[in-house]
Design a protein. Structure first.
Lengths: 816, 173
């Protein structure tokens, strides 16, 4: 614990840690000093001069260095001029006056300056109503301006900074919060100032404009309406919006979000989601959200392709059926083909859904398969990060190893937080076969050839500078992913990482352990309830009676489509029409996560609640309830009416979830910085957390249980022949997945299916960048655009997942 | 009481009727053929105004809806383009509805409007036979365009109408 400093602010005594700024100290005792450029997550710069206050410090005797005592009290010496409260750090005995006439005069004058050229756009501005400049003008400003109205400086309006963010240069007050966010927090300096004086303006320095996946956050922290999102543009006025807590479903980070909803005439009078805002959780996403979560996070739930009615196949055609007819048909067939009953579900579902599905499979004698190409989820409950883990606390003396994962593309908020941990002094080790954006911040970068992942991790047992630093670290977390790996490869990698952590005693404690960078939001939860991926999915589906939930195997892979065509019976439960629903015998329409309650388990094994924000569409039902109905038809009784009861049953039957309940998951505590509606000027428009911070599960190692890491049989590495390439799957943030595709705003950033080669490989094949190439992945043919990357090795071809080319694991490929 | 008293009383009454019928001016009018002028400060049905060039004054800011004490106004905004321009500036009201059953004709919407787009007019003929007709959409509220080529939406030259709130003069001058 750092040294505490006592000071007096407006006569109130505050005791704060050394190094706190006067603004933050005042905030801690409930005194609001107006700020624009200051942000608790950014370094102070003192650019806007809004926080002018009177500061006095105890006078020291020059000879003795002791405080001068006058009338029994230390004599306070005030500076002749006002000082900025955001750049001054607290000191012992400091006296601050924020509401003296002199201070108020200074604050009023600053606002008058800031408003000299600010346009009267409030009625059309998206920030109007939640605008710090509006609020502070009302609270601290003068009602008159001495500046000449006709001399207002006019700058360019409606400037697109890329296709996601709009800039209005006239509204900007040059606080540089956005530039500083990109430089300091995101580490991508894509914004900057141009020109000087009154003409100072924000410019994008990148092509395409504002090339960062964190761009949406700048609109949150912008204290005026200079930066607004294209997604919400003129969507509603902030006071018309209702807010409901939710969890982002785009990646395993599990960012806390708030869904803003409003009734809309355009949508036929329905209540719709207008925007996704981050919700503060300092242990998960702090106050940030990536652009995928913000701009693709909800569009798919409002897609025109939503299933709203149960469908039953009649004479080769899917036709509308009643719930009872659909459920009975499915139940009959599952009973009929009891021996061949298979449940295939994905990590898009909530814990409760997966639990009911697993219970059904177990009771009915079926098999529960997780639709995933990544393994290791059986190891994370043993040696996962300990309860109380917060990457935001990691720094000097700690180590983070990221292996086989491009976190910027797979889990941007983890990338952001790991980058900041590295900034604070944590040893960041990045092991990846190709260059990733995290390399820049890493102390050590390890390059290995695709296929050598396990060997690379095992090499940590040899004494090297890197392994030594990792072993000696106070705390260490390993993030393992599935870059270039299939199910078997990632399972082996997880096992190797777990062994490394166990040997270096980095398990069973907070900020220590293993984290899987899963492909879907709740893959970890699916593993927890007992779902396991299947190495040979084709074989597992062929000739079976399959219950597919929240997955699109037909659309993803022609081989699986063929296997399902040979299935005895296919029931599909999903929220959207997919290629799989087209071949189904019966289709159940499910509710999206925005329409119901439930919980997800994040990659850090934090169980978090999401709430219903909009009414359900059509005749849809929540997944757990549909499963319970199907189960009833099969003679199995499962809870199907109350989601919290399902969770209680889950908590009773799974050891890791013991003692958890919806009430516990909804608990909140005070967090710093203080954000939320009442403090708009301080931390931005991020929502405060009032509906639950979630609870992290305790891994076996922390609970004191025995940790036995099973060795996984190693398969012989693929060695392509002379004229062949090794095609490896890689993950891409903006992909063509069913949950991203409906977000049209991201279309340009998604691009088309591509294959990436080393320039020399392409040269040997006589191919140029941008060319349309035919790719043959061990028999599976596809077309793609060629991209070149000189940081990858010559013998490989990178094939992105979820972009229309089916690839589950490394395969031998031919490109021409 | 005499025998003739009732007759006298009846005669008096008839005389009064006859007098007012013949010598006093009529106060009733033949509505709807004839319509009475309203007072200058009368508040009747709302009108959404246009500028002289035919573009709509309303910018869809929703401040009228925020000011409305009876929650009678519903506004949705969208973005103007020079190809399809409804109003000057970036924003226009894509949906503008007033529920006349809810409206209490207080005129707060008029006060809140930053572009003087909405005023309460002198129209009080708001009878309807279907409750749904009580909701007045934008088309019913909007002033007629001065001419067909000065209507909205219309194609305009790029960069001319870049300000939503009209250029204002220094109020102190």
């Amino acid at each position: 614990m750092s040294k505490q400093v006592t000071l007096s602010i407006n006569g109130v005594t505050a005791v704060v840690p050394e190094g706190t700024t006067v603004v933050d100290a005042a905030k801690s005792v409930g005194i609001d000093i107006p700020v624009f450029c200051h942000h608790p997550k950014l370094e102070p710069v003192g650019m806007c001069r809004m926080c002018l206050v009177e500061i006095g410090r105890p006078m020291l005797d020059r000879a003795t260095g002791q405080a001068v005592i006058e009338n029994g009290l230390p004599k306070i010496q005030f500076m002749p001029k006002l000082e900025t409260a955001c750049t001054n750090r607290v000191s012992e005995g400091m006296v601050v006056m924020t509401i003296s006439d002199k201070a108020k005069d200074g604050q009023r004058g600053t606002l008058e300056f800031l408003l000299t050229s600010h346009p009267l756009d409030c009625p059309v501005c998206d920030k109007g109503g939640e605008c710090p400049l509006q609020n502070l003008t009302m609270a601290f400003g003068s009602s008159q301006s001495r500046f000449i109205y006709d001399e207002k400086n006019h700058l360019e309006k409606q400037v697109p900074l890329g296709e996601l963010i709009w800039l209005d240069r006239e509204r900007c007050i040059q606080c540089a919060r956005c530039i500083r966010f990109q430089d300091e927090v995101a580490g991508e300096a894509v914004l900057g100032f141009d020109e000087r004086g009154r003409n100072t303006q924000i410019v994008s320095l990148s092509t395409p404009g504002f090339d960062s996946v964190f761009s949406g956050n700048t609109t949150d922290i912008c204290p005026v309406g200079a930066l607004t999102t294209a997604d919400f543009r003129f969507g509603a006025r902030p006071w018309e919006l209702k807010a409901q807590a939710s969890i982002c479903t785009q990646c395993p980070v599990g960012c806390n979000t708030t869904l803003n909803t409003r009734r809309e005439a355009k949508a036929g009078g329905d209540i719709v989601i207008k925007r996704v805002m981050p919700r503060q959780n300092e242990e998960v996403n702090e106050i940030w959200l990536c652009d995928k979560g913000r701009f693709a996070g909800y569009h798919y739930t409002e897609s025109k392709k939503r299933l709203t009615k149960p469908l039953v196949r009649k004479e080769e055609k899917l036709a509308r059926g009643s719930w009872s007819a659909a459920v009975n048909l499915a139940a009959e067939n599952f009973v009929k083909y009891k021996k061949d009953f298979v449940v295939l579900a994905s990590g898009r579902l909530a814990n409760e859904d997966l639990f009911n599905l697993k219970s059904l499979a177990d009771t009915a004698g079926g098999k529960a398969i997780l639709y995933s190409d990544m393994g290791g989820g059986d190891i994370t409950p043993l040696v996962g990060v300990g309860q109380g883990t917060n990457i935001g606390e990691m720094g000097k003396g700690d180590a983070i190893l990221v292996v086989a994962s491009d976190l910027y593309q797979e889990a941007p908020i983890w990338w952001l937080r790991i980058k900041q941990a590295a900034d604070r002094g944590a040893t960041l080790i990045v092991a990846n076969p190709r260059e990733t954006k995290l390399d820049k911040f890493a102390k050590y970068v390890i390059r290995y050839a695709y296929g050598d992942e396990v060997k690379t991790v095992n090499d940590f047992s040899r004494k090297t500078k890197i392994s030594d630093e990792f072993a000696k670290a106070k705390n260490a977390i390993v993030f393992f992913g599935s870059e270039g790996l299939g199910l078997n490869g990632s399972s082996m990698l997880a096992s190797a990482c777990a062994t490394l952590l166990k040997e270096t005693e980095h398990i069973g404690k907070p900020n220590n352990g293993l984290v899987g960078v899963w492909q879907r939001v709740n893959d970890q939860g699916a593993w927890e309830v007992g779902f396991r991926p299947e190495p040979d999915l084709e074989k597992a589906l062929k000739g079976k009676a399959v219950y597919i939930v929240g997955a699109d195997p037909v659309g993803d892979d022609p081989a699986l489509a063929k296997a399902l065509k040979g299935a005895k019976f296919v029931a599909v439960q999903d929220i959207l029409e997919t290629a799989t629903t087209e071949i189904a015998d019966v289709v159940f329409p499910a509710q999206a996560f925005t329409e119901r309650e439930g919980t997800f388990t994040s990659g850090e094994r934090r169980v978090q609640r999401f709430y219903a924000a909009v009414p359900p569409k059509g005749e849809t039902k929540p997944d757990f309830a549909i499963t319970s109905q199907v189960a009833k038809g099969m003679g199995v009784i499962l809870e199907g009416s109350s989601v919290s009861v399902v969770f209680d049953i889950l908590a009773n039957s799974l050891e890791a979830f013991a003692d958890l309940s919806y009430e516990k998951l909804a608990e909140v505590r005070g967090q710093f910085p203080i954000v939320g509606r009442g403090d708009l000027y301080y931390g931005g428009t991020t929502y405060g957390n009032t509906q639950g911070l979630g609870v992290q599960l305790v891994p076996t190692a922390q609970a004191g249980g025995a940790v036995h890491i099973s060795k996984i049989r190693k398969e012989a590495a693929l060695r392509p022949k002379e004229n062949e390439l090794l095609a490896v799957p890689v993950s891409k943030l903006y992909d063509r997945g069913v949950t991203v595709n409906p977000a049209q705003l991201l279309d340009r950033r998604v691009g088309e299916a591509s294959v990436t080669l080393h320039p020399s490989t392409a040269k040997n094949l006589g191919l140029e960048a941008g060319a349309k190439v035919k790719i043959n992945l061990d028999g599976v043919k596809a077309e793609a655009t060629l991209k070149l990357d000189d940081t990858i090795s010559t013998g490989v071809a990178l094939v992105p997942r979820s972009m229309g080319i089916a690839i589950h694991e490394p395969v031998v490929a031919k490109v021409k | 009481m005499g025998v003739f008293d009732p007759v006298i009383e009846l005669g008096r009454g008839l005389a009064e009727t006859l007098r007012s019928f013949l010598f006093e001016p009529t106060v009733t009018i033949q509505y709807p053929e004839e319509k009475r002028e309203v007072r200058p400060r009368f508040r009747g049905r709302h009108i959404l105004h246009r500028y002289e060039d035919g573009l709509e004054k309303c910018i869809g800011c929703s401040l009228c809806a925020a000011a409305c004490p009876s929650d009678a106004i519903f506004v949705e905004a969208a973005e103007n383009t020079d190809e399809k321009r409804f109003s000057p500036g970036e924003r226009y009201a894509s949906t503008y509805e007033i529920n006349m059953m809810r409206c209490i004709y207080c005129g707060f919407c008029e006060d809140a409007c930053p572009t003087e787009a909405i005023t309460l007019g002198d129209n009080y003929e708001l009878a309807y036979t279907d409750r749904r007709d009580a909701i007045y959409p934008k088309e019913k509220l909007l002033d007629p365009a001065p001419s067909a080529d000065m209507s909205s939406p219309r194609k305009v030259e790029p960069g001319v109408y870049n300000r939503s709130v009209p250029e204002m003069k220094n109020p102190s001058k």
